[in-house]
Design a protein around this ligand. Sequence first.
Ligand SMILES: C/C(=C\Cc1cc(O)c2ccccc2c1O)CCC[C@H](C)CCC[C@H](C)CCCC(C)C
Ligand SMILES: C[S@@+](CC[C@H](N)C(=O)[O-])C[C@H]1O[C@@H](n2cnc3c(N)ncnc32)[C@H](O)[C@@H]1O
Length: 258
Amino acid sequence: MALSSPVSSCAHRRYNISSSSSRIRIRCSNERQALFNRISPVYDNLNDLLSLGQHRIWKRMAVSWTEAKKGDNVLDLCCGSGDIAFLLSEKVGLHGKVTGYDFSKDQLLVAASRQHLSLKACYNNIVWIEGDALDMPFPDTSFDAIAVGYGLRNLVDRPKAMNEIFRVLKPGSKVSILDFNKSASPFTTSIQEWAIDNVVVPVASNYGLAKEYKYLKSSIREFLTGRELEKLALETGFSHAKHYEIGGGLMGNLVATR
Ligand SMILES: C/C(=C\Cc1cc(O)c2ccccc2c1O)CCC[C@H](C)CCC[C@H](C)CCCC(C)C
Ligand SMILES: C[S@@+](CC[C@H](N)C(=O)[O-])C[C@H]1O[C@@H](n2cnc3c(N)ncnc32)[C@H](O)[C@@H]1O
């Protein structure tokens, strides 16, 4: 099925700055929402296959960096199919609470299905809420910890997202933001882009999702480096920010303290 690739046009097309940027951002956001709805049936399996299961290790590291503990009230922002929410659920236990938050209804349906199919009692501490990361329905200082797995890079307004994360996080608490690393090393970048072009996209094309996974490369190119992520966090008002390169530099994790 030939798919248009509106998402990459959002990433690549140069718009006249004077035109309504908010309208463009809404269109880009709607197209990304549709993208994640489309890939929801195969998202988990392709992540396992294409990373040889390594993404689960990277997500465990991200959750560890949140320093979430028993009884905490925590947020998995841009939760998708819920991998990180399930890890947070085990961290905070039955007396804690996990909110999985995402604007993709189909991703949330997968997450809820996985929750109900699981025999783990602690997963009863998870609630799934549909909404936009740029305008969250939560009161100020709601959460003891926040994790964002492969979400920030997909948001059309990252400063606004960081402001929302700061707003809903309790003082002294941490946000842990896992994503692809926009590396300063041309060698690492070439490895990353070769893998996407020659492994990820061809495999995804077997599911009619070549355009959706091709978006990965342009989204990483348009992302922020580790240093730029630290700078964004400090400018937002976080008291401390540190970006760690993991997965041989292919991935990165920003840890910021409010
Ligand atoms: C869990 C991972 C990616 C999640 C993800 C994030 C996005 O923004 C997407 C956008 C559009 C389509 C899909 C996604 C998406 O799945 C990371 C692992 C899965 C990656 C798809 C595979 C990345 C391969 C690495 C570049 C090389 C891995 C080398 C080695 C096997 C560790
Ligand atoms: C690559 S998936 C990551 C899912 C999960 N965190 C993981 O680590 O596998 C990115 C998720 O971010 C969500 N997302 C993107 N933009 C969003 C927004 N503005 N508001 C809420 N969710 C958003 C998508 O729907 C998608 O489920």
